[in-house]
Design a protein around this ligand. Sequence first.
Ligand SMILES: [Zn+2]
Length: 311
Amino acid sequence: MSGLVKGRTLLLGLLLTWLPIGAGAEIRVVTTNTTLADLARQVGEGRVRVESLMRGPENAHNVIPKPSFVVKLRKADLFVHLGLDAEPWVPNLVRAARRERMLPGGEGNVDVSRGIALLEVPSAGALSRAMGDIHVYGNTHYALDPLNGSIIAGNLAEAFSRVDPTNAALYEEQTRKLERSLRELTDSLQERIEPLRGSRVVVYHRTWPYFLKRFSLEKLAEVEPKPGIAPGPRHIADLAERMKRSGIGLVLVETYSNRKIAERLADLAEARSVVLAQEVKALPGVESYQALFRHNVEALLAASSESGGTP
Ligand SMILES: [Zn+2]
C-alpha cells in the first residue's frame, strides 16, 4: 500500500470515526442478530439504516466473527447486542473495531438487556460453570417474550435519542406504537394457544423459558444435558422414557440444533419434534418480530394436533 493511499485510508477511517450525525442523516445501526435488527427498524423507522451481523438461523452462542463484521462496526454509529453472555464473540469483536465508543460503556455500545427480569439466574455461590459454558448470568433468550420486546424497544429509543436528539419524539412515538402492537399480539396469541395451556414440552436448548412462561406452557426437560452440550444416547433413551411416562407430545427444536437427534427422541417417545424460529428470519416467512410469535404459536398448535394433543 503506498503512503498516499495509506494516508487516505487513515483519513477516511478518522472521518468515519468522528463524523457526528448531521441533520437529516440516518443513524447507522449494526445489530448482532436479526431480531434486534427488526426491533431497531420499527423503533427508528424513517431515520435508521439497520444491518444485522447474523442472518437468522444461526446459533448466537457459536458465531465466528468474520473480518467484515469489524468493517461494519467501524462504520456504525450504534452497535446493538443482547449483553450478558448471549453472544460470547462480541467482546473480542468490539475490541477489534478499535473504537472507544463501541467498547462497553461507550456511547455507541447498546446493551438491550437493561431492565429485563431475567429467568434462570444461577443462585449466589453456585458454580456457574456447572450450568455449562453459557447462560452464566441467567437465561439470555429474553427477546422470546413479546412483552420483553417493549423493554428492548425502550432501550433502543433511548440510544437513538442520545445520538439524534432532534428526533427523540419520533422514536418515543414509534416505541409506543410497537408496544401497543406487541400487547395486542400477546393477548390474541394467548387466546389462540389456550387449548395447549399448561401443556408440558421438552426443549432442545434452553431457548424457550420466556416464550413458554408468556404462553402458559411448561418444560419437562432439555435434550441438551447442559446448555451448549450435546446429548449422549443414554440421555436420549432416559429422556424418551420420561416423556412416555409423562405423556409429553412435543419436542421444541431451534433451527440450528441437531434435528436428527430431536427426531430420534420424538420417535422413541412417540411424540413430535417441531422446529421453531428462535430469531427473526430463522425460518422462511418469519420476517418480523411479530411474525415470529405468530409462526411459533401456529407451529405448536399444528404439531400438537398431529401428535394427538399434549396433556
Ligand atoms: Zn442459550
